[in-house]
Design a protein around this ligand. Structure first.
Ligand code: F6P
Length: 540
């Protein structure tokens, strides 16, 4: 089925959406069989979709529509390494990094590189790798941005033991982030991992250059700088040209998208902070979720239903954004990671050729945002409860958080009780109190999903992240989007290079014309608009 507007069940689906907009969640939640239907389990993760504005007939129609849109062949394509990234002419091979799916040759090369990474991790953690004066390298600073940062940073933050091998992450070109990361570290005993799939990313290479300058200022001879750097990339020749030595150069396949890369050698920071066995368990958790996603029928398929619910909320019910609120500090960085995963993958309007380019009116990709509960309750939850538009929320709860359960720790009881309370309050609301003027009304009818993790082990976190990857893939598959390119980031990058040129010392006046009037544009850099030129003048 190519044209989603012609999918036999789309009209039906729209009818269900219109029907359910009129039904309050309070009423939907009284139906016991509906509740049972909307529970899905996958390994250590349980998802309760019963607070979504959906019922059995609508769910059946949604699944039929997904099938008509080619969910099965798309999923098979991901499992077998088909050329799904059709705009860049390559497969999306991240499942091959963690188990038995994806192209066998990529599985083999990933195993090979993982063995090399394990050796490097061992040499770092044991103190065998030495800095320029012979000191053991006792800390690792990871330089990377976007997908080369968010996944490893999240997983290390979630799993690294306190007091273990110090690993810090730096993404921003704002000098403050590197400055803060280097504080308290000694140059002679600090290693850097430059992680960049392309090895061209401006921010990362600028930070790497600054790191090298920091070592040089501390007396590192030019020829010894390479001792301190590890390179992780899909373009090894670029890393070599930068000065990375063969034995400290780790590769991953070009078919692994940055935001899907934590499972590859990009996970070096995780493995260094947590140890290789923990990294292995992370991969096993993801592999378990792969088996579930690729083998379970749609109805019992947790990532697929999660993805379809987001399409239901965005494309059928019209909710423009989606909040994710983990009730666990260890998952504090999940919203930032998920934001890139969903918005860089599916924040597109172009469809596969032959697919109606948006004329169906099916809007794609919600804005994804969020923060940790219960803290977030004291900031944006006011709007979730009483704002003019409903925002679907994904609540994440952990049954056993570092051994603490609702039964044996007061604070864990507070956390869990609050998550359950918020989900209930959003759904049920509260009937208007007598003699109030609306200020204390809770309309309710605000959808949410409750995702319950058994624990915060590496396996569970691997399963969770893989589930979100597959949910994002499912949404893309039914909407006809290629989730594996990101052309939308290019224009801004190109302009930034031009503007950076104009910001060089002494160049601003040469590149900038008068701040106002049409003549300004022609007298200055013709490619830059008047507003940019005026800003450049103010920055000079
Ligand atoms: O700017 C977006 C992006 O291309 C992401 O897709 C990617 O994760 C990030 O930049 C970093 O890219 P690289 O790993 O090539 O440095």
């Amino acid at each position: 089925m190519n044209d989603r507007s012609q999918a036999p069940s789309l009209a039906q689906l729209r009818h269900h959406a219109d029907r359910l907009k009129q039904v309050h969640l309070r009423d939907l939640l009284t139906d016991v069989s509906r509740h049972a239907l909307l529970q899905v389990q996958a390994g250590p993760i349980h998802a309760d979709f019963s607070r979504q504005k959906i019922d059995a007939p609508a769910l059946t129609a949604l699944e039929a529509w997904a099938e008509a849109c080619g969910f099965q062949p798309s999923r098979h394509g991901l499992a077998t390494g088909a050329m799904l990234n059709f705009t860049e002419g390559r497969a999306a091979v991240h499942p091959a990094l963690r188990g038995r799916f994806g192209p066998p040759d990529v599985q083999a090369s990933a195993r090979f590189e993982r063995t090399r990474m394990a050796a490097l991790v061992e040499r770092l953690r044991s103190g065998e790798l030495r800095g320029f004066d012979g000191s053991p390298l006792r800390a690792l600073v990871c330089l990377g941005i976007g997908g080369s940062d968010l996944g490893p940073r999240l997983v290390a933050d979630a799993l690294a033991p306190d007091g273990g091998y110090p690993v810090r992450f730096v993404a921003n070109a704002d000098p403050r982030e590197l400055e803060r990361a280097l504080h308290g570290l000694a140059p002679q005993s600090t290693a850097f991992a430059i992680t960049s799939k392309t090895f061209t990313t401006r921010e990362t290479l600028a930070n790497a250059a600054e790191a090298r300058a920091w070592l040089r200022e501390a007396g590192c001879p030019p020829e010894a700088c390479a001792d301190h750097f590890i390179g992780i990339t899909a373009v090894p020749e670029a890393a070599r040209a930068w000065g990375i030595r063969h034995e400290q150069l780790l590769q991953f396949d070009a078919g692994v998208g940055g935001r899907y890369s934590v499972w590859s050698t990009v996970g070096l920071g995780v493995a260094t902070a947590c140890g290789m066995p923990v990294f292995g368990e992370l991969l096993e958790g993801a592999a378990g979720m792969d088996a579930h996603f690729f083998e379970q029928p749609l109805t019992h398929n947790l990532p697929a239903v999660l993805g379809l619910m987001s399409v239901w909320n965005r494309s059928l019910l019209g909710h423009a954004s989606q909040a994710v609120v983990p009730y666990a500090e260890r998952l504090a960085l999940l919203p930032a990671w998920l934001q890139q995963l969903v918005m860089e993958s599916n924040g597109k309007t172009a469809r596969a050729s032959g697919i109606d380019a948006g004329r169906t009116g099916l809007l794609t990709a919600p804005v994804v945002w969020g923060a940790c509960g219960t803290t977030a309750q004291h900031s944006f939850f006011q709007q979730l409860h009483q704002g003019p538009q409903a925002v679907p929320v994904e609540f994440l709860l952990v049954r056993s958080n570092g051994g603490l359960t609702a039964h044996n720790d007061e604070r864990q009881r507070i956390v869990l009780a609050n998550a359950l309370a918020q989900a209930a309050a959003l759904a049920l609301g509260r009937p208007p109190l007598a003699q109030t003027t609306g200020h204390q009304d809770f309309p309710g009818d605000r959808p949410s999903t409750l995702i319950l993790l058994q624990d915060l082990s590496a396996r569970s976190i691997g399963a969770l992240l893989a589930a979100y990857e597959h949910a994002t893939f499912t949404a893309a598959a039914v909407l006809g989007i290629n989730p594996f390119d990101q052309f939308g980031v290019e224009l801004g990058k190109q302009l930034a290079l031009q503007i950076e040129e104009s910001l060089q010392p002494g160049r601003v006046q040469a590149h900038v014309g008068p701040a106002s009037g049409a003549a300004g544009a022609s007298a200055g850099n013709p490619a830059l608009d008047l507003a940019t030129q005026a800003s450049l003048k103010r920055l000079a």
